[in-house]
Design a protein around this ligand. Structure first.
Ligand SMILES: [Zn+2]
Length: 303
């Protein structure tokens, strides 16, 4: 189709609209830049809702997180996102893979990444597609909340790696979603945002607990059975490999010697948080450590 060239800006309604918008933005920036609340982030409403529902769960303070990151800033440590940690071997350093399973609270994840950014440390954030913030399921398909794309991009732009917090058992059993198609679509969605995805981390969902099967068994690389039965219906397990699903690693199956986590809001050390800090301080070059934290347990307000 031939389009007649236009000679003047005023002849083109689209150009005029752009011009109007530009002036409006310039004007509003000039007069309103003193009040940040006049320009809420695209996810402001969702953040308010998720915070109202979940902020109370925190059991550790941001000061404590800063303490952890301060310990990890010692020159004996090399702290990396998991995709880099898994292929980094250095006997002169303690190599740490810093992992965060976002679970229910992506906005605490943003706060956590702010602290890491201050210390120039990078981590991997695993996003959970079955969480409330992520979207809704209709006709066996996930409809993603577009405002969350800003959160993923914000994390990525701060230097974080984004991964998939694998809840494939729930997606398959509760929503009739094909694990391979879903994972490839997830990777494709992040690719459209300019975010590469390399790995997944198994989520401890209720269905996984009921079945006593880890979500990583959905991949043939780690499966110890070929099916599970839930409510008298048989479902396939381990049908596809990580590679079939476009992934390169699984967070529980990379090489590390020690694993520290505050799953359930409780560190896996008899002395709790203090015990973990002591273990890190006494770690030796050549050690390989994976540290898992969940942003939802952090940001407790001082009482
Ligand atoms: Zn999880």
């Amino acid at each position: 189709m031939l389009i007649k060239p236009l000679n003047r800006w005023s002849d083109d309604p689209a150009r005029m609209a752009v011009l109007f918008l530009t002036f409006t933005l310039l004007f509003s920036t000039c007069v309103e830049d003193t009040n940040i609340n006049d320009h809420p982030v695209p996810y402001a409403a969702l953040e308010k809702q998720i915070r109202a529902e979940n902020d109370w769960r925190a059991v550790f303070t941001w000061d404590q997180y800063t303490e952890l990151i301060t310990v990890l800033s010692d020159k004996k440590f090399l702290v990396l996102p998991l995709n880099e940690m898994r292929s980094t071997f250095d006997s002169s350093l303690v190599v740490v893979g810093l992992r965060h399973d976002i679970d229910i609270h992506p906005f605490k994840a943003l706060e956590m990444s702010d602290i890491e950014k201050l210390f120039n440390l990078r981590a991997t954030y695993f996003v959970l597609a079955t969480a409330e913030y992520y979207g809704t399921v209709a006709n066996c398909e996930i409809i993603r909340r577009p405002e969350m794309d800003y959160v993923y991009k914000e994390l990525y732009n701060k230097g974080a790696e984004i991964g998939i917090h694998n809840d494939l058992l729930t997606l398959m059993i509760s929503y009739n979603i094909n694990p391979k198609i879903f994972t490839l679509e997830e990777i494709n969605h992040y690719a459209t945002l300019g975010i590469p995805v390399y790995g997944s981390a198994a989520h401890g969902s209720q269905i996984a607990r009921d079945l006593n099967v880890s979500n990583f068994e959905m991949f043939s690389d780690f499966a110890t059975r070929d099916s599970v039965t839930y409510n008298s219906i048989k479902y396939p397990v381990g049908k596809y490999s990580l590679k079939d699903c476009g992934l390169e690693y699984e967070a529980y199956h990379i090489r590390y010697d020690q694993y520290y986590s505050e799953s359930g809001g409780k560190w896996n050390d008899p002395a709790g948080f203090t015990g973990i800090l002591e273990k890190l301080k006494s770690s030796k070059p050549g050690d390989r450590i994976e540290i898992l934290t969940h942003p939802c347990w952090w940001g407790k307000k001082a009482s």
